[in-house]
Each structure stands twice: as C-alpha cells, then as structure tokens.
Write a protein that binds this ligand. Structure first.
Ligand code: ADP
Ligand code: GN1
Ligand code: MG
Length: 371
C-alpha cells in the first residue's frame, strides 16, 4: 500500500462520508499493526463535538475488503440487537459503521484503497499494557462475553477474512517456507530462533486435532483479542466494547483466550528488547482466566478449560512464528517502526513460550480451579 498524505485524506476521503458538523481535526490514531487509523473531530452547529474513527483497510492483509465489511455489518447489527435487548447502549457497546454519502458501508477511492468509518467510542480508552489487574480482568470478561453474545450466530454465514488464520499447522508450514526461501538472506542471523520453532512442531497440532476430532467445539470467535482491541470505560473501568472485528470468524475459544494471555499476561511489551523483562505473570494469568470463564457465562466445555494453557502457549508460539516469518520475508505484513522490530517481537514471544513451558504445571493447576 502507498504512503498516505494527510491532505489527501482530508480533501478526498473524509468528504465522501456522512459525518456531522464541520471537520476540525484529523490525527493518526492508535497503535494497531494492520490498518491505518485516524481520529476525526467535528464541531456541531450547537457548539458540541462529534468524533469518528476513519480507517484505511489493509488490503494486503485482507484480500477481500468487501466480504470483510459484510462480516462487520452483519456482526455489529446482530450485536446491536442483543445489546438493546439487555438494556445496553448500542452506540458505545459495539462498533457503529458510518456510511458514505451514497449510503455504502465503505469507500473505494480512486487509487483502489478501501476506507471505512466508525463512531468514536467516547469516555473509554484502549491500553497497550496492563495498567492494573482489574483492567485485565475486565478485558477478559468483555472478550468472554463477546463470544457468549455470538453463541447462536450462524457461523456458516461468516466469510473467512484470512484463511487458516489460527491454524497453527499451516502457520508452521508457512514459517518453514519462509525459512527455506530466505528472500532477504536473514536466516543466518537467527538460527537459534528458527530452531526454537522447529523443535516445537508437534505442539502445533494440539488445537487443530482437538477441533478436528470434536474434542472441542468450533465457535464464532474474535481471533485478535489483544488488550488494545477492547475499550475500557473511563468511569466504570469495565470492558465496554470489543473492537477490531476484522477477524471475527469461526474459531476456537482457545484462540481468544490464548491471544489475550500472550499479550496481556506478559511482564513486558510485545516489542521489548530486554528479554530479562519478559515472563508470563501467573497472577495475571489467573486473573484473565477467571474473567474469561465468567464472561463466557458457563459456555466453555470442561475440555476447553483444561486446554486453556495450550491456547496460551500456541497463540504465543504462532505469533512468534508470524513475526519471525515476516522478518525473514522483509517486513511485509506487520507495520514496523524500526529495523529488526519484527525480530524483537518474535523474541519476546519465544521467551514467553519458554517461560510458559517452565510454568506448565502451575498453569494447569490454575485452570483446574475453574473446571
Ligand atoms: P488495527 O487492526 O490496526 O489494530 P483497530 O481497529 O484495532 O486497528 O484500531 C486501532 C486503534 O484505534 C484501537 O486500538 C483503538 O485504540 C482505536 N479505535 C478503533 N476503533 C475505535 C472506536 N470506534 N472508538 C474509539 N477508538 C477506536
Ligand atoms: C495484529 O491488528 P492488530 O494490531 O490488533 C494481527 C494479530 C496479531 C497482532 C500482534 C489481522 O493485530 O493477528 O496477533 O497484530 N492482526 C492481523 O500484535 O493479522
Ligand atoms: Mg487492533
């Protein structure tokens, strides 16, 4: 995708959307690795303000933005109904798509880029690090609850926006291919990291096999449950809204649980360079487990609960493989902000996996309590 000029965004993109009031400010926003996000502030005639989120969808990552937006529209209108039924505020508790002036749910601009707009969720924040265990607990309840709300959603009507997104077996084979092709000649710099992944091939089958033989059920899941994909209400501290719905697809509860642990139960940032600062905090692991099981409202099966530690380990290993593969391929998928950014990210993930392996019995004992 091409670089974005702010003037072009203001002149050519924003005027196409049905925003209220006069545009005052447009700023790049958030720290997601995939889309280009902007926050818009408009002044209303009555002197009030209205804010929006504008995103250029990443069509290198999402090959079919039209299908993606179909998923987003269908899932958000389903959630809206459920939220209204329970007496909630659908303008804050789910994403709301702002149409274009011609009534479409996205804009395809002259260059072929895809854009969409959401109502900005006010009085709420998303965090890149766990501030307090309460935040992490509340995010767990929100992600668990998200899955519960979508329990009866007709999964077969969802498009698979990224094929085999959390299929760790196919992720492993993609990784091996990236090592073999070694298009940038970087493999020789990272033999230890590559070996770390290759030694764990057997593990990559655990969740795929359990899904295939029916040991655990296929569900509608979020699949990208990083802490910064949930909005925490500034007043109540509760997880008010799950955002970043691009990867809502059929999956396993273990994916949603595991991805949150990988990001939020780490004692350091995803891209921390000092690996001595990285470990899996078992206090946070337990806090999240409690919140997620509660949020799922009794819908998790005993086998799913038993396999939660495997969810945490495999989502972490998978993410590490993806970061390292991207490093080997020349940083073409995840946004990077410095050279070796993806390598640093991969290393934190492997450090976490190794730490989880050390703490395996304790992790198993913690989840046992929630059976
Ligand atoms: P990415 O796929 O790149 O991660 P996200 O959809 O997660 O993109 O958006 C990036 C960030 O923008 C989020 O982490 C959040 O801070 C902010 N954000 C996204 N949507 C909204 C919204 N509707 N209201 C307020 N903030 C939002
Ligand atoms: C990406 O979009 P964002 O930043 O929430 C990625 C996730 C990774 C995550 C790692 C569509 O999430 O799968 O786990 O980065 N999203 C996609 O931080 O690939
Ligand atoms: Mg995000």
């Amino acid at each position: 995708m091409e670089e974005l000029g702010m003037e072009r965004v203001k002149k050519e993109i924003i005027p196409e959307f049905a925003v209220e009031g006069t545009l005052e400010e447009t700023v790049p926003y958030g720290s997601g690795h995939i889309n280009d996000t902007f926050r818009l502030t408009c002044t209303l005639e009555n002197g009030g303000q209205k804010r929006y989120i504008l995103q250029r969808m990443n069509d290198d990552v999402f090959k079919n933005p039209v299908e993606l937006m179909e998923n987003v529209m269908n899932v958000t209108s389903y959630l809206r109904k459920k939220i209204v039924e329970r007496g909630g505020d659908p303008d804050r508790e789910t994403l709301n798509v702002i149409p274009t002036k011609t009534g479409d749910n996205f804009l395809k601009d002259e260059r072929g880029d895809f854009w969409r707009m959401y109502l900005f969720i006010e009085d709420a924040s998303s965090f890149d690090m766990v501030r307090t265990p309460e935040d992490f607990y509340n995010s767990a309840v929100a992600f668990g609850n998200f899955q519960l709300l979508l329990k009866d959603y007709p999964a077969s009507t969802l498009h698979e926006t990224i094929l085999n997104f959390h299929n760790t077996v196919s992720r492993f084979s993609d990784f091996k291919k990236a090592v073999e092709e070694d298009v940038c000649g970087r493999a020789k710099e990272v033999p230890g990291e590559i070996r770390f992944v290759l030694e764990r091939e057997a593990d990559t089958h655990a969740i795929c096999d359990a899904l295939a033989d029916g040991t655990i059920p296929l569900r509608v899941t979020h699949n990208d449950t990083k802490l910064n994909n949930v909005m925490i209400d500034n007043q109540t501290g509760k997880g008010i809204c799950v955002i970043d719905l691009d990867t809502v697809m059929p999956g396993s509860a273990l994916y949603d649980y595991g991805d949150s642990i990988r990001f939020g139960a780490s004692t350091g940032a995803e891209d921390e360079k000092n690996l001595n600062l990285i470990s899996c905090d078992l206090g946070l692991f337990e806090t999240y487990t409690r919140g997620f099981v509660e949020g799922c409202g009794g819908s998790l099966t005993q086998e799913e609960i038993r396999m939660l530690p495997m969810g945490a380990k495999l989502m972490t290993l998978e993410c590490g493989m993806r970061f390292l593969a991207d490093y080997l391929q020349g940083d073409v998928y995840f946004k990077i902000h410095r050279p070796e950014h993806n390598l640093d990210r991969a290393r934190t993930q492997f450090k976490l996996v190794a730490d989880m392996e050390q703490k395996w019995d304790e992790m198993a004992a913690i989840v046992e309590k929630y059976l």
